[in-house]
Write a protein that binds this ligand. Structure first.
Ligand code: SF4
Ligand code: SF4
Length: 430
C-alpha cells in the first residue's frame, strides 16, 4: 500500500521525555476541580450557576455565546465554592468555576443508556454536538458546530477525514484513545459524516500504525457509509491541515476520487462526538500524555477535565528538579502554564514540565547561516530571512504563509525563536 507524504520539509521527531503509548492509568478524581469558561478558541461561555449552587456530573454550567463559543459542563458533582480569574500566558484573562466534589456521580461506573441516531436529521445531530460543547480536542479547540455551520453554503461534496496521524510522540494520549475506544472513534466518524452530509469517510493513518488502521477500517466497513484508508507519512507536521490536505488531494487524484471539501477531525474529537450523540454526554475526561525531563514518571493518563495540572504531575511522582517550563501541548508548540492550579481542559492532549536543555528552554545565540531552517520548512519559506524582517519590523508579506508548525525552531542550532517571531509578525498584519 502506497504511503503519501507532503513534498518538502518536515522532521522526524522523537522525544525520550514523552510517555510510552503502551500503557494508560486513570487519574484520581479531583477533590477540587477548576472549570474554565474558555476551553477553546473563541469567546467565553456565560456562567449559568453561581457560588453556592450544587451541580451534577455533566450539568451545563456555562452557556456558549454564539459563534466560536462552546457550552461548558461540570465534570464532577459538587458545590460551586468560588469563581476565580487569572491571566494566561497569552495575556488573555480566563474565569473558572471552582467546584468542590460532593454527592453522587450520575454516570461514573453506571451502565450508559444508548440513544439511536441513525434516523435523526443532520440538523438535530449538529444541535446535540453544540449542546454538549464539543470542540476540536487536538488543535486550537474550534467548536465543531462552527465547522458544520461553515459548510452550510458549500456546494462541493464533503469527505469526512478521521485523522489518525501520530507525527509527534506527544500525541500518545490520542493514540491510546484510538486503540481503547476504537468503536467509538469509528461510530463518531459515521455520526459526523451524517451530520455534515459526507458521502465518504477516509481514515488517514500514520504509515507506522498500519495495523491500527486496518482495525479501524474493518470496524468502519460494518457501517453503510463508504470508507477507505490512506497511509500517510509519520513525518511532522503531517497531521497539520495543510500537509494532510496536500496528501489527500494526491490520494484522491490517484484513486480518481472526488473528495471535494475535507472535514478533518482527530480521534479524540470523534469519540467526543460519539459520546454527545450516542450517550448524550459532554466531554468529562480526556487522555493526556504527561511527561518531560522534569517529571519523575512519564505516562499517559485518563484525566477528568478540571483536574489541576499540579495534581496530575503529583500522580506522576512529582518533579526531579525545578522545571524551567510547564506547558500544555508539544514542547515546541505548547501553551505555557503560569500556575500549577491551571486545569486540564478539553484541548490538553499533553502536559509537560521540562528542565533547561530540553527543546523549548534553551538560550538563543546568533544565526550561523547553516540553512537547516530552510531545509525543514514544509511551505518553502526562508525562516531566517523572515525572522530578520520580523525583528526589524520590516515589511514581511510572506509571514502569513507560515502555519507555525515550529519545524524551523526545533532544528535551529542557535535556538532562535523563529516560529514564534514569524507567527507574531503575521498576526500584526504585516
Ligand atoms: S517558517 Fe513557519 S511554516 Fe516554515 S518551518 Fe517555520 S514555523 Fe513552519
Ligand atoms: S537554522 Fe538557525 S542558525 Fe541555521 S540558518 Fe536558520 S536561523 Fe540561522
Amino acid at each position: 500500500m502506497k504511503t503519501y507524504s507532503f513534498p518538502q520539509g518536515g522532521i522526524s521527531f522523537d522525544d525520550p521525555a514523552a510517555p510510552s503509548k503502551d500503557d494508560c492509568v486513570t487519574a484520581f478524581l479531583p477533590g477540587i476541580s477548576i472549570i474554565p469558561l474558555i476551553q477553546h478558541t473563541g469567546s467565553r461561555a456565560d456562567p449559568v450557576v453561581s457560588v453556592g449552587d450544587h451541580v451534577s456530573e455533566g450539568m451545563l454550567v456555562g452557556r456558549g455565546q454564539g459563534p466560536l463559543s462552546a457550552n461548558i459542563h461540570a465534570t464532577v458533582p459538587g458545590k460551586v465554592i468560588r469563581v476565580v480569574s487569572w491571566k494566561m500566558a497569552d495575556g488573555q484573562t480566563n474565569d473558572a468555576l471552582v467546584i468542590r466534589m460532593e454527592g453522587a456521580f450520575e454516570r461514573l461506573g453506571k451502565r450508559e443508556e444508548l440513544f439511536p441516531w441513525e434516523n435523526l436529521p443532520p440538523v438535530e445531530i449538529q444541535q446535540l454536538i453544540a449542546d454538549f460543547g464539543i470542540v476540536e480536542m487536538e488543535g486550537s479547540g474550534r467548536p465543531v458546530s462552527d465547522m458544520f455551520y461553515a459548510l452550510r453554503s458549500d456546494r462541493e461534496p464533503l469527505t469526512l477525514v478521521a485523522r489518525c496521524v501520530f507525527d509527534d510522540p506527544w500525541l500518545a494520549g490520542d493514540y491510546v484513545l484510538c486503540r481503547d475506544r476504537l468503536k467509538a472513534v469509528v461510530e463518531g466518524s459515521m455520526i459526523a459524516a451524517r451530520a455534515g452530509g459526507a458521502k465518504h469517510i477516509v481514515f488517514a493513518v500514520s504509515h507506522g500504525e498500519k495495523d491500527l488502521g486496518l482495525e479501524l477500517l474493518a470496524e468502519a466497513e460494518t457501517w453503510k457509509t463508504p470508507v477507505s484508508m490512506v497511509l500517510v507519512s509519520s513525518r511532522y507536521p503531517q497531521r497539520n491541515q495543510r500537509e494532510l490536505e496536500l496528501v489527500l488531494r494526491m490520494y484522491g487524484k490517484k484513486e480518481s476520487l472526488e473528495l471535494g471539501t475535507l472535514m478533518i477531525l482527530g480521534p479524540a474529537t470523534l469519540a467526543a462526538i460519539h459520546d454527545a450523540v450516542k450517550l448524550k454526554k459532554p466531554i468529562l475526561d480526556r487522555y493526556v500524555a504527561v511527561g518531560g525531563s522534569a517529571v519523575r514518571k512519564a505516562q499517559v493518563m485518563k484525566v477528568r477535565i478540571g483536574t489541576r495540572i499540579g495534581d496530575v504531575f503529583a500522580e506522576c511522582g512529582g518533579f526531579v528538579d525545578n522545571p524551567r517550563r510547564i506547558a500544555t501541548g508539544s514542547p515546541f508548540l505548547g501553551r505555557t502554564v503560569v500556575d500549577l492550579d491551571e486545569p486540564v481542559i478539553k484541548t490538553s492532549y499533553a502536559v509537560f514540565a521540562i528542565l533547561g536543555g530540553q527543546t523549548g528552554v534553551t538560550v538563543s545565540r546568533s544565526c550561523i547561516r547553516c540553512g537547516e531552517c530552510r531545509t525543514v520548512c514544509p511551505v518553502g519559506l526562508d525562516p531566517e530571512e523572515l525572522y530578520k524582517q520580523a525583528n526589524a519590523a520590516a515589511d514581511c508579506p510572506r509571514a502569513v504563509e507560515c502555519h507555525a508548525c515550529g519545524c524551523c525552531e526545533i532544528v535551529c542550532p542557535s535556538h532562535l525563536p523563529l516560529s514564534a517571531v514569524i507567527a507574531a509578525s503575521a498576526g500584526r498584519g504585516d
